[in-house]
Design a protein around this ligand. Structure first.
Ligand code: MOS
Length: 710
């Protein structure tokens, strides 16, 4: 009884994480763990004000502190050549560029010393004075300052505001606070130069090739003279999609002191240096006929961005795409504030939008007196409602069934606040998610050696989902070579190009290239073998017979023009059973179950982990995560793990993942679709919907903390 779901979704068969042992024994090395002879340490000092400019900055005391080699500020830092092309104000923050301050904590100086502790100490000795200017840090108070971003046109399908003509309708506002990226691994960079034109950088990044391009662009170097290494990444979720100012600062500092410089962000720095899911406000109007057919959806949203750069995301897109609704209109606005620039965070845009849409759907289901799954099935889109194109595949209805059965949806009491267990209110909720399924171009080199082992390389990173494991499984499936004879290497810019890991696209993208390379190797082997297929056990012999030390292919793989005929998405549904304490308002997740239609599951074990991890992240979004700014000062007050809460084991008793596991026949040779984003998209809504079912209280402002329920 304890583990009802677990018994139905036992840990799947398949290859265990190929780097699992390295990770749990500490053999896996992350950027901060690399060192080199004569390494020095950089520590950033941040602005004490929120908007204005630096009047004076005194670094003399810091310079005299023991072990200090240099202190860089806008006054003495060499001009970064790439910065000149695209001058501030608009664009990515340029570190040590001028005296302007755009947000509290903005780096104003970098101390380089012989030890980390000495650098940290000296950073505290820097004295700055400022000219302060008025600032705004509250999204709620500045909604009227919203502007329409260049890539966020207002959308109208059918009749605008048609929901207002529906017999059953509602309109509600939803808000989500800023949720800050807090992966385990801190932003870390080790940089050293070889002469004036070559640099080696170990850095936390989701894309070694994109970081190579950015560093080359900033310092006007040949890309091949910039060597980026990131063999392991300790979680990123969007926070390492771009090259951040602190990474550029480390490279710059290494140039100045002519020594290797290691710069590791402190946890507090993470709150101002690597982006976050921007605070958002949303308003959804939704209307249906008495039998539950959607008449119209109106979805307006605003998200915060920085004063120096526009960051926009597809918050309202999900309302255009999710349901077969004839009338949909959406609007999205950006509100510039004196904060650092946001960045994608798992399910960027859609996770935010799904919270509002999928809560509104739940509210509508209650108004209609209809089961929430039935309402969704009643408005199930059989073709893409936005483009009219057929789906490359969609098995969301299978996912609904699979999940409802496994979670025991029939046990849900549709009446709110009607069920208890041991004195706690019990509620069930569900919500769906979707995210585009993509495939980009990737190149891999595959070498079969005469000992029968297979070696594959590409410059992708693995930020945690298990790319190495999935690619090894993939190659093993195609070639028939056992996984322990396959060595998949990644995370180095000197390897053949692969895209940045992000947007749930790497299994489809790199997997296709691995698949194609393995197919080519098989063709070559067949040719060598007198045009007859050989079992994998015969590969070594074929090479030896021909006196070949190895067979090598380099393959670039991308999707063909046929993809434009289809709309491609991954789909998910999340079920949550929660317990809410009637007096204290404490919410406990009792059980969670996520079901994904992510096409063919290439690597079942890592896929399961990825889905569970995404759900935990959604639980953080729903129940606890909130960056709190004191708007009087524009300063974050909870930039640490004592005050900024993320879910821990005790918060997550049982979450399981199931898969429809039906291949997408069009997207790529494996039939795989992405999974990283849909694991989180919809989770927060499922929890809020479960809390309503338990309590009869509809909380539309995240996080769902106890004070909102008593
Ligand atoms: Mo992801 S938000 O594409 O790293």
């Amino acid at each position: 009884m304890e583990n009802e779901i677990l018994t139905k979704a036992a840990v799947p068969e398949g290859l265990s994480r190929v780097d699992g042992r390295m990770k749990v024994t500490g053999k896996a090395k992350y950027s901060a763990e690399y060192s080199t002879k004569g390494v020095t340490y950089g520590v950033l000092a941040g602005s004490a004000i929120t908007s204005g400019s630096i009047k004076t900055i005194d670094t003399k005391t810091a310079m005299r502190a023991p072990g200090v080699l240099a202190v860089l500020t806008y006054l003495n830092a060499p001009k970064i050549p790439g910065y000149q092309e695209n001058p501030q104000p608009k664009g990515p923050l340029k570190i040590f560029y001028d005296n302007k301050i755009y947000f509290n904590g903005q780096p104003i100086a970098l101390v380089i010393a012989d030890t980390f502790e000495r650098a940290l100490f000296a950073a505290g000795l820097i004295e700055a004075t400022y000219n302060t200017e008025p600032f705004q840090t509250s999204l709620k108070n500045n909604l009227s300052a919203g502007f329409s971003p260049r890539n966020g046109k207002d959308y109208v399908r059918g009749v605008e505001n048609a929901f207002k003509t529906a017999p059953i309708q509602l309109q509600q506002e939803y808000s989500i606070p800023t949720e800050v990226h807090n992966p385990t691994e801190l932003g870390s960079t080790l940089a050293y130069w070889d002469g004036d034109d070559k640099v080696t950088v170990y850095t936390k990044t989701q894309g070694v090739k994109s970081t190579q391009r950015s560093v080359a662009q900033a310092f006007k170097l040949q890309p091949e003279n910039v060597h980026i290494t990131a063999p392991f990444v300790g979680g990123a979720f969007g926070s390492a999609l771009r090259t951040w100012p602190h990474e550029i600062a480390a490279v710059l500092a290494a140039q100045v002191v002519k020594k290797p410089v290691k710069l590791v962000l402190g946890r507090a720095d993470m709150f101002t240096s690597i982006g976050y899911r921007p605070a958002s406000w949303q308003k959804v109007g939704i209307g249906a006929t008495a039998d539950g057919k959607l008449v119209g959806i109106t979805h307006e949203a605003a998200g915060q961005t920085s004063a120096y750069e526009d960051f926009s995301e597809g918050v309202v897109n999900i309302s255009q795409l999710m349901y077969a609704c004839p009338n949909v209109n959406t609007k999205y606005r950006l509100v510039p504030l004196n904060v650092n620039t946001p960045t994608p965070m798992r399910g960027p845009g859609e996770a935010t939008g799904a919270f509002a849409l999928e809560c509104a759907m739940d509210e509508l289901a209650y108004k209609l007196g209809m089961d929430p799954i039935e309402l969704r099935m009643k408005n199930y889109a059989e073709t893409d409602p936005q483009s009219g194109k057929p789906y490359s595949s969609k098995f969301l209805s299978d996912a609904y069934k699979l999940g409802a059965d496994a979670v025991g949806w029939d046990k849900r009491n549709p009446k709110p606040r009607a069920a208890t267990e041991n004195g706690w209110l019990v509620g069930y909720g569900m919500a769906a998610g979707m995210f585009g399924a993509y495939r980009n171009s990737a190149t891999v080199v595959a070498r079969l050696l005469s000992d029968g082992t297979l070696h594959i390389e590409t410059a992708v990173t693995d930020i945690g989902p298990g790319t190495g494991t999935a690619m090894t499984t993939n190659a093993s499936d195609v070639m028939g070579i056992p996984a322990n004879n396959i060595n998949f290497r990644l995370g180095d810019s000197a390897m053949p190009p692969s895209p940045t890991q992000g947007g749930s696209s790497i299994t489809a993208t790199v997997g296709s290239a691995v698949n194609d390379a393995c197919m080519q190797l098989k063709d070559k082997l067949k040719e060598l073998n007198g045009n007859s297929e050989s079992a994998a056990s015969g590969y070594a012999q074929i090479l030896q017979q021909h006196n070949l030390p190895q067979l090598e292919v380099t393959v670039t793989s991308k999707s063909g023009p046929e993809m434009s005929k289809y709309a491609s998405y991954s789909w998910s549904v999340h079920f949550m059973k929660v317990l809410v304490h009637p007096t204290t308002g404490v919410v406990k997740i009792d059980k969670g179950l996520s079901v994904a239609d992510a096409g063919k599951i290439v690597s079942p074990k890592t896929a399961r982990s990825q889905m569970i991890g995404g759900s935990v992240m959604g639980a953080g979004m729903a129940l606890m995560e909130e960056a709190v700014i004191d708007h009087r000062y524009g300063r974050l007050v909870n930039n640490n793990f004592a005050d900024y809460h993320v879910p821990i084991q005790a918060d997550i008793p049982q979450i399981e993942a199931l898969f429809v596991n039906k291949p997408d026949p069009h997207l790529n040779p494996m039939g795989a679709k992405g999974m990283g984003e849909i694991a989180t998209i919809g989770v927060a809504a499922a929890i809020a919907n479960a809390v309503f079912n338990a309590t009869g209280k509809r909380v539309r402002d995240l996080p769902l903390t106890p004070d909102k329920l008593v």
